[in-house]
Ligand binder design. Structure first.
Ligand SMILES: [Zn+2]
Length: 654
């Protein structure tokens, strides 16, 4: 089209605009063009991932099924195993080689992760002074078929590459790999596995315990980031068939359903488990007294426990002769049920301690199933361990010493991970906030929900929290966990993304629009591999709001907020005409504004301004509908937004 001449009226509008734009001059770092830039995403949509944030028509995902047999030596702490991996290549590329994860190699003294352990302090993920030298001993790697052959493989730190004699064809070809292996379970397994000494025997919490497939996806191809400690896991979905041989005196709990109860449990225990499946009250499966009574275990030297788990990204297990054991039914929205269980040493039993653990498991899972998406597994086991808190599908490890609200908190958090990353299988190693932050957000709601708010606490105001979450030492949420300072992880991956979603829900979208969008995200990406952009796009699309400014300031960049009152003036110097409040946005983050005022006679009111007032300016004038002198005007009186300087948020009349 041709350029038009400007009509006369345009000039008139221009001059009006010049009047309206008499912005106050303030010293502000805020540049609206940076925050509200129209180029939102650093990743384009494509045939695999739609612009709307959902999997597109060409979305594909590979699959890994595992059949694992393993045995535990409770004296040497060695686990010896064999895994058959059935791997299906649904990608459009032929795969001439495979990458697997050998996470146990983190505990090898020469690992990359160990070389990153600080000299002067103990990391959560390891200790530079430890003599422990673990890691996988790989006995054999074979490609199974009509004639099974030894595979050509290399090991690089926590990864194994298998170079195949012929590529696995694209679009659905598959391969079977068999690996024989052993490793010594570390006592401190990066706070994700370990051994807890108790009076009646060690508790072995076993995880990252078999070679697992790296994810091959449409985003990066092979995802081969090494396991260094902070970065968690990115795993394919599949079915698991697991057989674990342990001393007959041990009780084993694992992800999935026990297949052979008559071989490993007593008739009494089987009956009690049946009772628990029908009971909302917690039922003891093995009491404190029975732990030291040999008749609470079948006779024999060793026993093999057989479990099956379907459509999961991982399995873990725990074993001990010290376990007390209780269980109760979980009621799910569809009418289905699952079984909540806890195992713990007698030292951890007690009403304020682990005797309520199963109640927490049940409460947490029933709540999240109602709010977001139904819990998919038949069992949920909570294990008392020396791990502070770690999640696996259908089983979690919590600290045996936790009690009261902290035990509720850790159980609720670890089972909250069922939704992120167990159901929604994001890449934790790169985007830790997509599971920890989302989960922290859900935990905030659960505290209010559980048992009429038994463990609810008044949240601390942002006058305190903002200094902590947005300090000069903080790093952007969208930083890979391993590339973040260890003491920034709790803020950047947990609190800050969690609080961001809370603000989005309660202050920006409202609970109805937020919850619908968040549920849609879970449904769209259940058992799939979303990226941050799939999340951002889904929320924008379903909530019907361009939140790009919010993703940018809160998740991608590390902007700070400083809203302030510049001045309060009465119109024409007469309070009867109402007051005009000039507010300013002084830093690079923008947020809606909550403006509260009180008049001298005691009337009060609140004006809510949308974030759009900051689209093109760093100052704004707001008219208050008052007819008398003002006592005070305050921005964000309840300290909801993370303002770095609340002292410039209020004005008092003289
Ligand atoms: Zn977590």
């Amino acid at each position: 089209m041709l350029k038009k001449f400007l009509p006369l009226s345009f000039l008139f509008i221009l001059s009006l605009a010049a009047v309206a734009q008499k912005d106050a001059t303030v010293n502000s770092k805020y540049d609206p063009h940076v925050l509200f830039s129209p180029l939102p995403y650093s990743m384009e949509s494509n045939i695999y991932r739609a612009a709307s944030g959902e999997p597109n028509i060409g979305y594909w995902q590979n699959r890994a099924d595992y059949k694992i047999t393993a045995s535990l030596n409770d004296v040497t702490h060695e686990i010896t195993g064999s895994v058959i991996i059935s791997y299906k290549n649904n990608s459009p590329q032929a795969l001439p080689f495979l990458w697997l994860q050998l996470d146990q190699n983190l505990f090898n003294k020469d690992s990359r992760g160990q070389s990153r352990m600080p000299l002067d302090s103990r990391s959560r993920y390891g200790d530079s002074k430890s003599d422990f030298n673990g890691g996988y001993k790989i006995a054999s790697v074979q490609i199974m078929g009509d004639n099974t052959t030894d595979a050509n493989y290399i090991i690089s730190d926590t990864r194994m590459q298998i170079r195949l004699p012929k590529p696995i064809a694209a679009n659905g070809d598959s391969i079977k790999i068999k690996i024989g292996y052993a490793f010594t379970l570390p006592e401190e397994g990066a706070d994700r596995a370990g051994i807890l000494k108790t009076i009646n025997g060690d508790i072995f919490a076993v995880a990252q315990w078999y070679p697992r497939m790296c994810v091959y996806d449409d985003v990066e191809g092979w995802n081969t980031l090494p396991y260094l400690g902070a970065g968690e896991f990115y795993l394919e979905y599949g079915d698991f068939d697991v057989s674990i041989t342990v001393p007959a005196s041990h009780i084993v709990v694992a992800s999935g359903v026990l297949q052979n109860p008559t071989e490993v449990l007593t008739a009494t225990q089987i009956q009690r488990l049946e009772d628990a499946k029908k009971s909302d009250k917690v039922i003891m499966i093995r009491t404190e007294k029975e732990v030291t009574d040999p008749s609470s275990r079948p006779a024999g030297n060793t026993l093999t426990w057989h479990f099956k788990m379907y459509n999961a990204r991982d399995v873990s297990w725990a074993s001990s002769k010290s376990f007390m054991w209780d269980a109760a039914r979980i009621n799910l929205p569809s009418g289905k049920t699952a079984l909540a269980m806890s195992v713990y040493p007698f030292e951890a039993a007690g009403r304020s301690k682990w005797s309520r653990a199963t109640e927490y498991v049940k409460g947490s899972i029933e709540n999240y199933s109602k709010r977001w998406y139904e819990f998919p597994y038949p069992v949920a086991v909570n294990v008392a361990t020396n791990v502070n808190g770690m999640e696996y599908p259908g089983i979690v490890f919590c600290n045996s010493k936790s009690e009261g609200s902290s035990l509720f908190g850790v159980v609720d958090h670890e089972f909250g991970h069922t939704w992120f990353p167990m159901i929604v299988g994001s890449n934790e190693r790169k985007y830790g906030w997509m599971d920890e932050g989302f989960n922290t957000f859900m935990n905030g709601l659960a505290k209010v929900d559980f048992n009429n708010g038994e463990y609810n606490e008044t949240p601390r105001g942002m006058d305190v929290m903002a200094q902590y979450e947005f300090s000069d030492h903080s790093e952007p949420i969208l930083t890979a966990p391993d590339a973040m300072k260890e003491n920034n992880i709790s803020v950047a991956l947990y609190y800050k993304p969690g609080y961001g979603l809370e603000l989005l829900r309660n202050q920006i979208l409202g609970p109805d629009r937020f919850d619908y969008a968040f549920r849609t995200y879970i449904q769209r990406w259940a058992y799939k591999h979303p990226t941050p952009w799939d999340f951002f796009r889904t929320m924008n699309n379903v909530a019907g709001e361009d939140l790009t400014w919010f993703w940018k300031e809160w998740f991608i960049e590390n902007y700070k907020l400083d809203q302030s009152i510049v001045s309060v003036d009465y119109e024409n110097n007469n309070e009867a005409n109402g007051a005009v409040v000039t507010i300013a946005n002084l830093d690079q983050m923008a947020m809606p504004v909550i403006l509260y005022y009180e008049t001298e006679s005691g009337k009060s009111g609140t004006i809510n301004l949308p974030v759009e007032v900051w689209n093109n300016t760093n100052t704004w004038k707001v008219k208050l509908p008052t007819t008398e002198k003002l006592k005070s005007v305050v921005i964000d009186p309840d300290k909801i937004f993370p303002d770095m300087n609340f002292s410039n948020n209020s004005w008092r009349g003289e």
